[in-house]
Design a binder for this molecule. Structure first.
Ligand code: SF4
Ligand code: SF4
Ligand code: SF4
Ligand code: FES
Length: 968
């Protein structure tokens, strides 16, 4: 620590800290229009000028050093600040009272007030550009743009989509999309970073326009008239009076605009943000201080909430009678559920019922669901959709390091020297997490290796991209491991101290020579050696993997091979290292953590452990079943076999997301009684609770809206059913449910709602005193002797391999803008406009061979079913490999996938599918319209490039250019 004097008061600062942060911490108010702590110094506005030992400097770009004497209020500094702000006003009209951005947080308005500027010495000049509203979610108004460049910095260096720039050399600079495209036709992925950081109204969410203010819905001509009036009176009255009026209006807005913190309900990254609402209208999503995401979101988190007010939302229960649904009262529906469950249990025993919880819903709801199954019905037939994706990764970690969760935080991934991504389209499936890798790679020299079948965005950015043959990751990973061990490149000190099982593991690697690895995987030995050397030579390796690994018949083993590789290279136990299975749904981690599994109660406490059971039996005052129940996969088999009669499926589209969908659908139709509780009864915005993200981070969500009409939060529905079946649950609020979870679960002993207030979060395990563990294994591994275990593996061939008849390999996965089958995202007009339908990606080679073009209808037939879909020709895929996104209800890819599974976890081998392709005579439009971001052309550059502004002949540093321009 050092000391710095600010306006005569001594302040402590960290050596190297930005001066502006020290000034802000000291509570000294200075202008700082372009500065945003998460973007760093941009240096475009010059409003933060202060005197440093008599010289004018930009506070944002100056580093605090010992003994600095800083004056923020001298005449010289004040004149420079005002001059800089005058120039900003020459680009912006202050019509705050009729501006939708007048919500107390407009940087221009607030700076105007701070500096007390009454008149505008440099007149406003308009720019020769029209407003651009070609993006469905936001619009750009060049006339109000002050050219601060925050948006450019966010797009180039935070989101790293590299769409935005400013044409500094132009007589009339403005923000450019792809160097001059419309927004709609650009590479913009609608992540919203730029809109979030814009300090004024130049970039705004369309959902705000005409809705935020009391007068802003007026017709444009009326508004223009009012703006002219303001401009007209300003010379006489000065800005003071005008601002007073607008501030009164702004305070009135506070009475009707609510800002409620929530956690994103889409993917497992765990972004959190405030939702601004006016009645049931969502004004905007504002990410600011989420522990995972800060200012970041993707299109879904920022703009994908229309489904909450969708007209086809269910607001009351439906009962199917004679093949048709009819509306019913809650009492009738819940009584029916209880009666049928009771009858079926009495007739066929508790194990004739099964329960599936939701990875979209809260931890508290999963806890209640498994409590209902176990304590009320008496069965362990309980699962969640982590079976479909994450279970093999968890298994790989259980085998080797002990905990079934990411070994560190996203911060560790950012800090790694090398990130290896296997079978994950991270930029589309975990978009905000991907931004952190893209940033570290672009700005801080992080190395990136990607192994995938498709050349997606991360693959294009990678230093090394491998395309192993489908289903062979385990082979090249093991070959690399063997090469490292054979060539003295393993971390023997770490192995000696921390790892058991080396010799047996080494023996299991015998078949995995480089030659075998290269031949089996279709890669060169040099490539594999390069991977090995890059890993061995880098300090800090993180491996990220997802469904491209887990959804294979050897998913658990490949996950284990990943962890083995990390162990032999000492890449655990320190920051910037570790294993990161990327959890898919917002709460897929939490659903398993909270006992929605056939073999575990909460916190992975085994159902066959008598000590565990007796603790829960005492807590719940019941007898509990002691043998493992059926998992999702086994449930479908059991229905076909006539053993399972009733199912309660909660927040899960099982008939589309389970593999071999025809088989699953047939099974479900054989049930005697089937209860489906869908997310459209109660979206996350209408309830309280917690979610657990991929980095084991538990976060609270607050209720944004009252439940729509007659709908109810899921936890209340589950409680009502339990009580009709004889339970006496009296939970009034999810916090009471969590108190019970914590009392029964050592892993969450210290999780209480007070510790999760607002944006606070905890990463499990959480000790009773509230201490959490962002990085696991800092002291030891989670096994009794504290040591990790190398787990020997053998070779497994993928199932459903191509044959002469089914000659093409079909891969599948997510798209950035849709979530899974699109139940939520298809209800968003903007997303539909950009990405209206599903498609099958066909390589240019195959397209030429078969006479296919983008838009050609094709029929895909597998051994299990068929779908009809339009082709999209793209070099993201290669040769005889196809790719289908999951987002379709009409043509779900799972009509084509098999019932083969990972032998350990029963996770379906979705990624092992072979199909026959028949070209149909119809040729339609390309399934992706021109306005899809994939057709844009990004313009990568190093942020705002303010130096180009400083080179303009009309630029001079405010304050008469008394000092040299500083460079960043
Ligand atoms: S990708 Fe689009 S929405 Fe995201 S920061 Fe860039 S321009 Fe803005
Ligand atoms: S559009 Fe960009 S450059 Fe213009 S004011 Fe907003 S953030 Fe600044
Ligand atoms: S990255 Fe995931 S959690 Fe974050 S906003 Fe997007 S969908 Fe939501
Ligand atoms: S805040 Fe320092 S130059 Fe803008």
């Amino acid at each position: 620590m050092i000391t710095v004097t600010i306006d005569g008061v001594v302040q402590e600062a960290a050596s190297g800290e930005r001066l502006i942060d020290v000034i802000n911490r000291a509570g000294v108010k200075i202008a700082q229009v372009c500065y945003h702590p998460q973007l760093g110094p941009i240096q475009t506005c010059d409003t933060c000028m202060v005197e440093n030992n008599g010289q004018l400097v930009r506070a944002c770009a100056t580093t605090a050093s010992a003994g600095m004497q800083i004056s923020t209020r001298t005449e010289k500094a004040g004149a420079a600040q005002r001059e800089a702000f005058d120039r900003i006003l020459s680009n912006h009209v202050l019509y705050c009272t009729v501006c939708d951005n007048n919500n107390g947080n407009c940087a221009i308005h607030n700076t105007e007030r701070l500096l007390g500027i009454e008149h505008q010495p440099i007149p406003y000049h308009s720019k020769p550009y029209e407003e651009d509203d070609t993006n469905p979610f936001y619009r750009y108004d060049p006339q109000q743009c002050i050219l601060c460049g925050r948006c450019v910095e966010a797009c180039q260096n935070v989101q790293v989509n590299e769409t935005l720039s400013i044409n500094w050399e132009d007589p009339h600079p403005r923000v450019m999309w792809d160097g001059g495209s419309t927004i709609g036709e650009s590479s913009c992925v609608s992540c919203g970073h730029c809109v979030t950081v814009c300090p004024c109204n130049a970039l705004m969410e369309k959902s705000m326009l005409g809705h935020a203010g009391f007068l802003t819905a007026l017709p444009k001509t009326t508004l223009s008239g009012m703006i002219d009036v303001v401009k007209g009176v300003e010379p006489e009255t000065g800005y003071g009076a005008i601002l007073k009026l607008s501030e009164a209006e702004s305070r009135m807005r506070e009475l009707r605009i609510r800002r409620t913190k929530t956690v994103c309900t889409y993917c497992g990254v765990g972004c959190s943000f405030d939702v601004w609402t006016k009645d049931r209208h969502i004004l905007k999503v504002e990410p600011l201080e989420g522990p995972t995401n800060g200012i970041s979101t993707c299109i879904k988190g920022k703009f994908g909430w229309d489904f909450v007010n969708s007209p086809d939302r269910l607001t009351k229960p439906l009962i199917r009678e004679g093949g048709k649904f009819r509306g019913a009262s809650w009492d009738e529906a819940l009584d029916l559920v209880a009666r049928k469950f009771r009858e079926i249990k009495a007739e066929n025993g508790p194990d004739s019922l099964a329960f599936v919880s939701s990875s979209k819903c809260t931890n508290e709801e999963s806890y209640l669901m498994q409590k209902l199954a176990r304590a009320v019905i008496g069965t362990n037939n309980m699962d969640n959709c982590s079976r479909y994706c994450q279970a093999p990764a968890t298994q790989g970690l259980f085998r080797t390091v002990g905990y079934g969760g990411d070994s560190g935080s996203i911060r560790d991934i950012e800090n790694a020297g090398l990130v290896l991504i296997i079978g994950s389209n991270t930029a589309e499936s975990h978009p905000v997490l991907a931004t952190r890798v893209k940033q570290a790679h672009k700005l801080r020299g992080q190395k990136l290796i990607v192994a995938d079948l498709r050349e997606h965005e991360m693959a294009k950015r990678a230093d090394l991209f491998l395309r192993p043959k489908p289903g062979t990751d385990i082979v090249w990973l093991s070959a690399v491991s063997r090469y490292l061990l054979d060539n003295g490149m393993a971390d023997t000190t770490f192995l000696d101290q921390w790892v058991n099982g080396l010799e047996e593991y080494k023996r299991s690697l015998a078949p995995f020579t480089m030659e075998f690895g290269a031949r089996t995987c279709g890669l060169s030995e040099d490539t594999l050696k390069k991977v090995a050397h890059m890993i061995a030579e880098t300090s800090g390796v993180c491996i990220l993997w997802a469904m491209g690994v887990t959804q294979h018949s050897m998913g658990s083993d490949t996950s284990t091979a990943i962890s083995n590789l990390l162990l032999i290279t000492g890449n655990y136990m320190k920051t910037g290292t570790g294993a990161y299975p990327l959890r898919g749904h917002n709460n897929v981690q939490g659903a398993s953590d909270h006992g929605a599994m056939p073999n575990f109660l909460t916190g992975y406490q085994s159902v066959d452990d008598p000590e565990v059971r007796s603790r829960f039996e005492a807590g719940w005052n019941v007898q509990l079943p002691s043998t493992k129940g059926l998992d999702n996969h086994e449930m479908i088999e059991a229905i076909h076999e006539g053993k399972l009669k009733a199912m309660y499926l909660f927040g899960e589209e099982m008939s589309l997301v389970d593999s071999n969908a025809n088989f699953v659908g047939d099974g479900l139709s054989k049930l005697d009684f089937f209860v489906v509780q869908d997310i459209f009864f109660s979206p996350s915005l209408e309830k309280e609770g917690t979610f657990t993200s991929t980095e084991r981070r538990i976060q609270r969500l607050y209720q944004v809206f009252e439940p729509l009409e007659d709908s109810r939060p899921d936890w209340q529905i589950i409680q009502e059913i339990a009580n009709r079946l004889g339970a006496t649950w009296k939970y009034q609020h999810p916090s009471e449910i969590y108190r019970e979870v914590a009392s029964l679960t050592p892993l969450f002993a210290g999780v209480i709602y007070e510790r999760l207030e607002g944006f606070k979060s905890l990463q499990w395990p959480v000790a009773a005193d509230g201490t959490d563990q962002p990085l696991l294994y800092t002291k030891e591994f989670a096994f009794p002797d504290g040591k990790a275990r190398l787990f020997p593996l053998s070779l497994t061939e993928p199932t459903d391999q191509p044959t002469a008849e089914f000659d093409l390999h079909l891969n599948n996965g997510r798209l950035l803008e849709h979530f899974h089958e699109g139940n939520m995202t298809y209800r968003n007009e903007g997303i539909r406009e950009k990405t209206p339908d599903t498609f099958v990606e066909v390589s240019p080679e195959l397209a030429e061979e078969r006479g296919i073009q983008s838009g050609t209808w094709v029929q895909l037939t597998s051994r299990y079913g068929q779908v009809r879909v339009r082709a999209l020709v793209t070099d993201r895929v290669q040769g005889k490999q196809l790719y289908m996104p999951m987002n379709s209800v009409e043509s779900p890819v799972n009509r084509l996938t098999s019932s083969h599974t990972d032998s350990v976890t029963h996770t379906p081998a979705y990624k092992e599918a072979s199909v026959h392709l028949r070209v149909l005579p119809e040729v339609g439009e390309s399934p992706l319209p021109r306005i899809n971001h994939r057709f844009g052309h990004a313009t990568p550059q190093h942020g705002v490039e303010v130096e180009r502004k400083w080179k303009r002949p009309d630029y001079r540093l405010p304050g008469n250019g008394l000092v040299q321009i500083q460079t960043n």
